[in-house]
Design a binder for this molecule. Structure first.
Ligand SMILES: [Zn+2]
Length: 417
């Protein structure tokens, strides 16, 4: 006696065909278009080479802010931030006046693809590099029984059956626990993905890396090519196990420094607004800020500002005049253009041009960890991301592809053999 396999499952008003082969969605953190192509040109990536020639070689738009958490949550829920609620790493709680970190699952208000799939009887495995994402990605999964695995390489050494659905991960993978600021943190994700695919053959797998390499090295740099060659090797092995693989990114990555002095091009918004409007007239929140800021100094191309309704227009006009500013949007405009949840952004949303980043007060940014000229993300200049599948796809003509269509493409649009 066994329960029949469902034909499909529906999450957040999108219906997905039940997979016949394992589906692996890979979010390559910070994979600006150009990295994969440069590695292919260097001749180090046979898998990517084959995907570009024989699979689907597409590009997609990520969600703005082009930051890690909003985009990872969009990819795994199949919908934009106004549906899932995660609009950045921080928002300002208007009642307490405190900056609240949004990495607690209580802020997530849509089920993930994994949660619904497991509830329908499917087996899932979710592996992320940094632990900050793990609880959000694994929200609603039932551990301690067959069917779900979710852990981070950062905390792989302490994974338990009760919390992660897996234990003894280091023994399984055959690697030591990697340092949080390293390429090995991402390699561990792939190495674990291959081992778990061999052992458990989950029907849905999600692998999410860190952008440690992309923050430091431009496309085509030897270190970047090596990183993509590393991924290529593991993806070859997943491909050999007949997995349907979709590769996308949470956001792109661009140089944000002066090309002669190599100093970051920072617009310290809080300093500028304090000078123009007085010290407490507004509050600049940088939603890139998180516990791991060493590699970007908490500097990205997106900020949201809380202020008083009586001066909001004046402040918007002032910001609009600043060199390096791309857009200043009202709350409603930001919701409309960027599909953001209005109650989790400020009265104004500011996006800088490609070469610039936004800061709060100069004294509040510790740039001592920036060992190389700043590369970062957050704006519309980092919105284009790759979308590659190891099989041809059909039925997507004339559609604006988003990175959060990855599961849809892999489950609904891959050509039958
Ligand atoms: Zn990222």
């Amino acid at each position: 006696m066994h329960t029949p396999i469902p034909k499909s499952f529906t999450v957040n008003e999108r219906t997905y065909a039940w997979p016949h082969a394992p589906v692996v969605v890979v979010c390559i953190d910070g994979s600006q278009p150009g990295y994969i192509e440069a590695a292919v040109t260097a001749g180090e990536t046979p898998f990517f080479d084959r995907v570009i020639n024989d699979g689907a070689y597409l590009s997609a738009d990520c969600v703005i802010p082009s930051f890690t958490n909003p985009n990872n949550l969009s990819i795994v829920t199949g919908c934009p931030p106004h549906v899932h609620g995660i609009s950045g790493n921080y928002f300002l709680d208007s009642e307490s006046g405190e900056e609240v970190m949004m990495n607690d699952p209580k802020f997530l208000r849509a089920p993930t693809v994994f949660q619904t799939f497991q509830d329908a009887g499917g087996k899932v495995a979710v592996i992320t590099a940094k632990d900050k994402l793990r609880r959000l990605l694994g929200h609603g999964l039932h551990f301690g029984q067959e069917g779900a695995t979710c852990f981070s390489s950062e905390h792989a050494d302490t994974a338990t059956l009760a919390e992660n659905g897996i234990e003894n991960v280091l023994d399984l993978v055959g690697m030591n626990a990697p340092d949080v600021y390293s390429a090995a943190l991402s390699e561990f994700v792939f190495a674990a993905g291959v081992k778990i695919m061999e052992r458990d053959r989950p029907a849905l797998m999600y692998l999410s890396t860190t952008d440690y390499i992309q923050h430091k090295f431009a496309p085509g740099a030897p270190e970047a090519n090596d990183f993509y060659a590393m991924m290529d090797g593991y993806l070859e092995r997943l491909d050999a196990m007949d997995a349907v693989i979709a590769l996308t990114a949470d956001h792109g990555m661009n140089a944000k420094h002066d090309h002669e002095t190599h100093q970051p091009n920072v617009i310290y918004l809080q300093d500028l607004l304090d000078r123009a409007f007085g010290p407490n007239a507004c509050r600049v929140i940088l939603s890139i800020t998180d516990p791991y800021v060493v590699h970007h100094g908490a500097l990205g191309s997106f900020a949201t500002i809380y202020t008083d309704a009586s001066i909001v227009d004046e402040i918007a006009e002032h910001i609009d005049e600043i060199v390096g500013i791309d857009k200043v949007l009202s709350r409603q405009e930001a919701c409309d253009f960027f599909e953001l949840p209005g109650e989790r952004i400020g009265d104004l949303t500011v996006v800088s041009e490609q070469d610039f980043v936004l800061g709060t007060r100069k004294k509040d940014h510790d740039l001592s960890g920036l060992t190389v000229p700043l590369r970062s993300h957050g704006g519309t200049s980092e919105q284009k991301v790759p979308m590659l599948l190891n099989r041809p796809v059909h039925g997507i003509e004339e559609r604006r592809l988003r990175n959060f269509d990855a599961f849809d493409l892999a489950l609904n649009h891959v050509s039958a053999d």
